[in-house]
Design a protein around this ligand. Structure first.
Ligand SMILES: Nc1nc2c(c(=O)[nH]1)N[C@H]1C(S)=C(S)[C@@H](COP(=O)(O)OP(=O)(O)OC[C@H]3O[C@@H](n4cnc5c(=O)[nH]c(N)nc54)[C@H](O)[C@@H]3O)O[C@H]1N2
Ligand SMILES: Nc1nc2c(c(=O)[nH]1)N[C@H]1C(S)=C(S)[C@@H](COP(=O)(O)OP(=O)(O)OC[C@H]3O[C@@H](n4cnc5c(=O)[nH]c(N)nc54)[C@H](O)[C@@H]3O)O[C@H]1N2
Ligand SMILES: [Mo]
Length: 759
């Protein structure tokens, strides 16, 4: 290779993930956001038995009482919320919305915490403080003038069970099932695929299983950044000699080498532990093919030596196996190799390792779900596990890595556009009103309804709806056409500034803050990725005396909108135990809810597959069959100059929240305007490391472009390229989705890359 030119901000990162670099980064986050004396106390209270649940990710905590669980990105999430910076009305009076829109996403949130309820004033193009009662009254008045199905109720997965439950109750009594949520952009393929396969749309493993497993397959997720507390588990497993086989187009440092900041020896010696035993740089969108290859090789092993498949399990617990076998036989190795980018000789050893393991866990994330056929691929993962009976035995199961810290809980307590008839009946029995039976809008459909003008109002319980969705050109414009937008939020973001005819921003307490109501200090509850429900209670003084809790804000809007409501909104807010009593009455699995959350660590919701009970229509676990090997629309990558773009998170961001501009483990510093490309693709496009390029979406009839991006050489599967979310959302068409789940295909966009004319 010829010597590479220097590109500003691009340096090789040679260290392991974690280690001293992570400690330094934590200190930096604290220094930038918090007063020094507050920080150690705040961080010590994260994920402690009587402290608050980390707002970072949904990975569970060991017994919920271990000593301070160090996590760099958890620390960033906490300091970002517990910052001493504030956005006050005086500041907003001097800065028009037009001027605020010129700030970056990073600058907007870095202004600090919101302090007052705000209403948009069109005459001055500014946000002005309003009283809570005036805000509620006006919101109620506008909503009463609309048809319920003209209103979209968005939820981002940070809301507590209590807030989410009240929110769905409000919307259903008002009369709609329009519940777009962040899960529609995230693990919807899991929520739709797994119920078909195993009868429930949730993961089946517990932390205990990780201590007993004999093999881990990690597909399409980046835990060093997005689930850092999982690294301790992988680190332990690796030290126990458990093979960890990774499928990821990009080389992610944390999946290669990790130094555990909790491990004194590794820290003292600058040592680290190898994580992946084998790293397969599968093509983006090549996982279905790789999974079929592994299953095909497994069938071949069975034919050779027998005793590979769990025949007893397959016979007693499943249906559809013969069709799966027929499909695998009909799928040829050449198509598997072409679609996955992996040779047969590489996939056969995975089958061998799998055949030898008595307890296997498959972990997966957005690399699987955000494709045109994400649901089908999730089902293939279940198929692979079913072949050797890897459900309902210690050390085995499926582990979707959820996103937001309570995204799973939100779904459990009713945030869904497709509620079951049984749940609606429970609501009717408990509250005496008839909730609407027809299905509502998911995230993409909600935005499409806003674009075509049928939706007139948007309420957002957290999140950054317009920025998280694809195609900002369409989505941003649609926000401005609304009669009403309401955002319950901790910090200012772009969605708030895309004002409609009337817009309200209602500031809420964060997880870290003390929540005092008429009935005293309140705790909320959340459900982690492993179905553990536990309490969380903030302790810090609220960022402003004007903040209200999310349940209180939801109740305030509900009361103002539904004057005849029989729901005792204010009583519920006075004491959240009363909300939990209602959840217990209307949602299965919450028996003795209030008693059980008072036990440290909480309780686990029922997971029938762990008992080998299958709540599918047939009563059996179902193999899926057919579907071919292609996860994405058939654009022949490499024929011509089309590449497959995946959009990813940097190490210094939480979804649309940008903490800072570095992506340390990938060697990117102080910038985000880069396109990761393999050396082979750079050469094939006639480009060099550091060239300025324009990216264009290569789908017929689309004119989506992202100009002036710096192409950089990276160890990524040829044919696949990567850029940061949300900047690259301009390249993703809004209707480019997995038809089964409605999830946008954020990780499968066919693109052309050309040298910028500007260069
Ligand atoms: N610090 C931090 N924590 C977070 C978040 C955050 O933004 N910051 N976000 C939270 C949320 S909402 C979520 S959903 C999760 C997201 O957690 P992840 O699922 O880890 O999300 P991503 O960063 O989008 O990237 C996933 C990985 O998939 C790989 N990948 C891309 N395409 C493919 C493919 O086709 N096949 C395979 N095998 N791999 C592929 C990418 O290279 C990347 O390593 O994290 C949660 N936790
Ligand atoms: N291209 C591309 N797009 C993607 C993805 C991708 O991988 N690629 N990933 C998708 C995924 S997995 C997800 S989950 C979505 C995320 O979509 P969202 O959940 O909508 O987005 P966030 O960026 O997590 O929301 C951040 C905002 O939440 C508010 N907030 C923070 N804490 C609280 C709180 O405690 N209460 C309230 N009420 N508000 C709070 C703050 O105002 C902050 O600005 O994005 C999706 N978009
Ligand atoms: Mo997510």
């Amino acid at each position: 290779m010829t010597a590479r030119r220097d590109v500003p901000g691009i340096r090789k990162y040679d260290g392991p993930a974690g280690g001293w670099g992570a400690l330094r980064a934590t200190a930096q986050a604290i220094h930038l956001q918090m007063e020094k004396f507050k920080a150690p106390i705040t961080l010590m209270r994260t994920n402690q038995p009587d402290g608050f649940d980390c707002p970072g990710c949904a990975w569970p905590d060991k017994e919920h009482r271990s000593t301070f669980q160090f996590c760099e990105n958890g620390a960033k999430a906490v300091t970002w919320e517990a910052t001493s910076k504030r956005v006050r009305p005086e500041f907003l009076a001097q800065n028009t919305v037009a001027s605020l829109l010129r700030k970056s996403d990073f600058e907007l949130e870095d202004l600090g915490r919101l302090t007052h309820p705000l209403a948009y004033d069109r005459a001055t193009d500014t946000f002005r403080a309003v009283s809570w009662e005036d805000a509620f009254a006006r919101i109620g008045e506008i909503l009463r003038g609309l048809q319920p199905d003209q209103v979209e109720f968005y939820t981002s997965g940070r809301a507590s069970n209590e807030a989410a439950y009240l929110y769905q109750l409000f919307a259903r009594e008002y009369g709609t099932n329009n519940f777009p949520d962040c899960s529609n952009m995230c693990h919807e393929a899991t929520s739709v695929g797994l119920p078909q396969s195993i009868g429930i749309g949730k993961g089946t493993v517990s932390l205990d299983d990780f201590e007993k497993c004999e093999l881990i397959l990690s597909i399409g997720h980046n835990p060093g950044t997005n689930h850092p507390r999982m690294m301790g588990m992988l680190h332990e497993a690796s030290r126990r000699g458990v093979p960890i086989i990774v499928f990821n187009p990009l080389r992610e440092r944390a999946l290669e080498r990790f130094a555990d900041p909790q491990n004194l020896l590794e820290m003292a010696t600058y040592g680290s532990t190898r994580i992946a035993s084998t790293y397969y740089q599968v093509r983006a969108g090549g996982d279905a093919a790789a999974l079929k290859g592994i299953m095909k090789a497994l069938l071949a092993l069975e034919a050779q030596q027998g005793q590979v498949l769990d025949h007893a399990f397959i016979a007693a617990h499943t249906q559809g196996f013969d069709a799966l076998v027929a499909d695998l036989e009909a799928t040829g190795w050449p198509e598997i190799e072409k679609a996955s980018g992996l040779p047969r000789e590489a996939l056969e050893p995975v089958a061998l390792a799998y055949a030898r393991s008595n307890a296997t866990i498959v972990t997966y994330g957005m690399g699987v779900t955000q494709h045109n056929r994400g649901t089908a691929t999730v089902r293939l993962i279940a198929d692979l596990l079913l072949m050797r009976g890897n459900f309902g035995k210690p050390g085995a199961g499926i582990c979707p890595l959820r996103g937001h810290s309570n995204v799973q809980g939100n779904r459990t307590v009713g945030i869904t556009e497709k509620p079951s008839a049984a749940f609606l009946q429970q609501i009717e029995d408990a509250f005496g009103f008839k909730p609407p039976p027809s299905h509502g809008h998911d995230a993409v459909k909600a935005m499409q309804a806003m674009i075509d003008g049928t939706a007139k109002a948007l309420l957002c319980l957290g999140g950054n709806f317009a920025v998280a969705l694809p195609d900002p050109e369409q989505c941003f414009a649609a926000m401005a056409t609304l009669d009403l937008s309401v955002h319950v939020a901790t910090k200012l973001n772009r969605s708030h500034l895309l004002v409609g005819r009337e817009t309200y921003v209602l500031p809420c307490l964060g997880r870290t803050e003390l929540d005092m109501q008429a009935g005293g200090r309140q705790s909320i509850t959340v459900e982690d990725s492993m179905s553990m429900v536990h309490a969380s209670a903030g302790k810090l003084a609220p960022a402003s005396e004007h903040l209200r809790s999310e349940p209180a804000i939801v109740a305030g809007m509900a009361r103002a909108t539904l004057p005849g409501s029989q729901v005792p909104w204010m009583d519920l807010v006075a004491d959240y135990d009363r909300i939990r009593d209602l959840i217990e009455r209307t949602v299965p699995g919450f028996e003795n809810y209030n008693a059980r959350i008072r036990i440290p660590g909480g309780f686990r919701l029922p997971l029938p597959p762990t008992e080998r009970q299958w709540e599918t229509r047939s009563g059996k676990a179902m193999f899926s069959a057919g579907g071919g090997v292609k996860e994405d629309v058939d654009v022949d990558v490499h024929a011509g100059d089309v590449l497959r773009l995946v959009t990813i998170r940097s190490h210094d961001q939480y979804n649309t929240t940008i903490y800072a501009l570095d992506d340390r483990y990938r060697g990117v510093f102080g910038r985000r305007d880069v396109l990761f490309m393999s050396e082979a693709d750079l050469a094939a496009c006639g480009l060099e490391h550091g060239d300025l390029v324009d990216i264009e979406t290569a789908l017929p009839g689309r004119h989506l472009r992202l100009p002036n991006i710096t192409a950089i050489a990276y160890d990524i599967a040829p044919g696949s390229v990567a850029a940061y979310y949300p900047e690259a959302n301009v390249l993703v068409p809004l209707d480019y989705i997995d038809e089964e789940s409605g999830t946008p295909s954020y990780k499968s966009v066919p693109v052309r890359v050309r040298r910028s004319p500007a260069a």
